[in-house]
Design a protein around this ligand. Structure first.
Ligand SMILES: Cc1ncc(COP(=O)(O)O)c(C=O)c1O
Length: 235
């Protein structure tokens, strides 16, 4: 990349992880030309081939229970929080301090980092502390200890807030803009199990993290396990 003064940059963050296969990659350029040639734009509420194909590919790669896709042109987390509140009739959507969920009204309040502060028009929002070994809040020296401490804190947060008041918990499986904070797999597995136990929904904000293989595999494994468990089959 270069700027107006000719200064050159190596874009290691791929803008906002939106250009992971490179700037102006020929296959992306070609696909865009073809799309614009057949259907340049269309209202979000319409059915069309590109959206149908995108849905099919997402569902094919997602865990078995995921078979609906809601496309937005922005406001993914805003919409997810609304859906959870409408579906459950509950208000609270706790989220982590080390998180970023974007700039729309409810999503920026859910965001844990400093960008929330000047926009905090819903000050009762509940935040919790997630695992982060480098600055562990749980006196941990290993990822497992940190995950264990964070998991206990997470469960106490749900109990203390009261599950009947919690619509959903909002989580980046691996926070992105707060730093690439990879939790121990024990933390994620433990946290997932709590959603069934306490009857609250889980919103996974995968805007930056969506393709990380290890988490997807662990989610798929755990969902398979839960399906077996609820159909009475023992592992
Ligand atoms: C973690 C995370 N969540 C959500 C968003 C924003 O999603 P949307 O554009 O759908 O509001 C971003 C955008 O940068 C993001 O990084």
């Amino acid at each position: 990349m270069w700027d107006h003064s000719g200064r050159r940059y190596l874009d290691f963050s791929s803008q906002r992880v939106t250009l992971n296969i490179g700037h102006q990659h020929p296959s992306i350029v070609q696909a865009r030309i073809e799309q614009v040639g057949s259907l340049a734009t269309v209202a979000p509420s319409t059915v069309n081939l590109a959206r149908g194909e995108a849905k099919k590919r997402i569902v094919d790669r997602a865990p078995a229970q995921v078979n609906e896709v809601f496309f937005t042109n922005g406001g993914a987390i805003e919409n997810a929080m609304r859906m959870a509140r409408m579906h459950t009739g509950r208000d609270k959507v706790p989220s982590a301090y080390l998180s970023h969920h974007f700039n729309t009204g409810a999503a920026v309040v859910a965001t844990g980092d400093w960008r929330r502060i000047p926009n905090e028009f819903a000050p009762a929002h509940v935040h919790f502390i997630g695992p982060f070994l480098y600055r562990s809040e749980f006196w941990a020296t290993t990822p497992e200890q940190d995950g264990e401490g964070a998991f206990r804190h997470f469960e106490r947060m749900i109990q203390s807030e009261g599950p009947p008041s919690i619509a959903a918990v909002l989580l980046e499986s691996v926070p992105g803009t707060a730093g690439i904070l990879i939790p121990s797999s024990g933390y994620l597995a433990g946290v997932q199990a709590l959603f069934d136990r306490y009857g609250v929904l889980l919103i996974l904000d995968e805007a930056m993290e969506g393709t990380r293989w290890r988490w997807r595999r662990s989610l798929q494994r755990s969902m398979r396990w839960r399906t077996r468990a609820s159909s009475g089959t023992r592992r």
